[in-house]
Design a protein around this ligand. Structure first.
Ligand SMILES: [Zn+2]
Length: 476
């Protein structure tokens, strides 16, 4: 196999100091032992970075370069360019006796799953060696045996056809399609399988009143990512909840029957099972609670060692400067506007090359900042390249900061804020309403930055999360 190097090698240092002081914010501890099925996600999406070869990537994940090319429908290494998301196949065989692998949702019971997939309860239990059906938790991966009886699906996967192709053919987002079908690993979908197109949300949950449906997405949840909850109740009322030691803020609509919340999962959340508690109060004052364990998995982030010139590294020692700026950013990007300004998927904020993704653990000179991580996504582009609002929102603040340079912060509502660092110019003012696609500034090299680039950051419910998730998955 040919070895090649991705062009455009560019070193950017960004947000490093930001991290140094933010790493202590870790909510809650895992309440149960770390016994989770498999370690790490079934599907890993790797964003190609500068200087990385296909063989580097293959070696890192322990799969062959050919398997990566095949999984992504690519013919050769030259198609693997910086910033390209690559699906990393984890294993290429289904468990014996399984036709598909699904992820258990909130509100799923063993009986309901058996009914939904048209399989006998015993077969489901035997295949998964389930000892106690009452111990199902959200995020658990279950093997489903071949269905018996009628099929009522909408799209059938042809021989040799991938879920991605079906998604393309049906004009739906592949991630949404996988989500709608509770598919744990889009690469492990057997030929001939019927896929339910997203839209008609069929529950199949057997929930006691007043709960009609409780949907948590995407499952399983991962460190550093965003989660959404959609709850429907039989009667109107108010909903509250807690997860990972944080209060969930629900927005209730449709006369008190539909409740939605989104939340961020801290990058350092230990993988494990965590209780989710929902409390519903109807208009007569009757209270119901719902408790379920939810799996949080490893986010699959890498790590890197960064060498900084000493004069820049010295700033790492300036605790007051770092803490002051971090405090300002945290207070500006934490809050809750009840109005939701955005709708659907976010756009990329720049046409620049993605050089560093969110979440990578970073070690600086001599182990300083050992517990820091990259808090956003970096896009390299020449000074003056437009910065685009990825979604509708209201500008919260703009200004020049020592570390982050020319900074813009946008409130998208419902506790979602986005930030843009190191710009060369800012084209909006606090209070301005911005719409998706509108230019809000230009990329630059201001603040503590070693090359022209945009650092894009997203906060949800006071937590820094992976912004690129919002480009491929819709919330709420
Ligand atoms: Zn950055």
């Amino acid at each position: 196999m040919k070895r090649w190097k991705v062009k455009n090698r560019l070193f950017t240092l960004c947000g490093w100091a930001v991290l140094a002081a933010l790493v202590i914010l870790s909510p809650g501890q895992s309440v149960l032992a770390q016994e989770v099925p498999g370690d790490g996600p079934d599907v890993i999406v790797h964003i190609v970075r500068s200087g990385e070869s296909l063989s580097d990537i293959a070696a890192r994940y322990g799969v062959s370069a050919e398997a990566i090319l095949e999984a992504n429908g690519l013919s050769g290494a030259p198609e693997v360019s910086v910033g390209r998301p690559l699906i990393i196949p984890r294993s290429l065989s289904l468990p014996e006796g399984a036709e598909q692998v699904i992820v258990v949702g909130l509100g799923d019971s063993f009986d309901a799953l058996a009914a939904r997939y048209g399989v006998p309860v015993e077969a489901l239990g035997w295949l998964n060696r389930v000892v106690n059906p009452a111990r199902l938790y959200a995020g658990l991966t279950l093997s489903i045996p071949p269905a018996e009886g009628r099929e009522t699906g909408l799209v059938r996967l042809g021989e040799g056809e991938s879920l991605w192709r079906v998604a393309l053919r049906s004009n739906v987002n592949p991630f949404t399609l996988a989500l709608a079908n509770r598919i744990a690993d889009p690469l492990l979908v057997a030929p001939g399988r019927l896929l339910r197109l997203p839209g008609g949300e069929t529950g199949g949950e057997a929930l006691p009143a007043p709960w009609r449906s409780i949907v948590l997405h995407p499952l399983p949840l991962e460190q550093g990512r965003t989660g959404g909850l959609r709850v429907t109740t039989d009667v109107p009322g108010t909903l509250s909840g807690t997860f990972l030691a944080r209060e969930l803020t629900f927005i209730t609509a449709d006369g008190g029957l539909n409740h939605q919340a989104i939340f961020g999962l801290d990058r350092w959340t230990a993988p494990g099972l965590y209780p989710l508690t929902l409390t519903f109060q109807d208009q007569a004052g009757t209270v119901w609670t719902y408790n379920r364990l939810v799996l949080v998995r490893d986010g699959g982030y890498g790590s890197e060692t960064i060498r900084l010139p000493e004069e820049i590294a010295a700033v790492l020692e300036d605790a007051d400067l770092i803490a002051g700026e971090n405090f300002y950013i945290q207070s500006s990007m934490t809050g809750f506007t009840p109005e939701r300004y955005w709708d659907g998927l976010f756009l990329m904020p720049s046409t620049g090359v993605l050089t560093s993704a969110y979440g990578t653990a970073r070690t600086y000179n001599n182990g300083r900042g050992l517990y820091s991580f990259h808090t956003g996504a970096d896009f390299a582009a020449p000074v003056g390249t437009p910065v685009i609002a990825p979604a509708d929102g209201v500008v919260v603040d703009t200004g020049l900061l020592d570390i982050r340079g020319f900074t813009t912060i946008i409130d998208h509502g419902w506790g979602v804020y986005s930030g843009y660092w190191h710009q060369s110019s800012i084209l909006v003012e606090p209070g301005d309403t911005v719409t998706a696609g509108q230019q809000i500034g230009t990329i630059g090299n201001s603040g503590l930055s070693t090359a022209s680039h945009l650092h894009w950051e997203l906060w949800v419910g006071g937590v820094q999360v992976d912004p690129l998730q919002w480009v491929r998955e819709e919330f709420p």
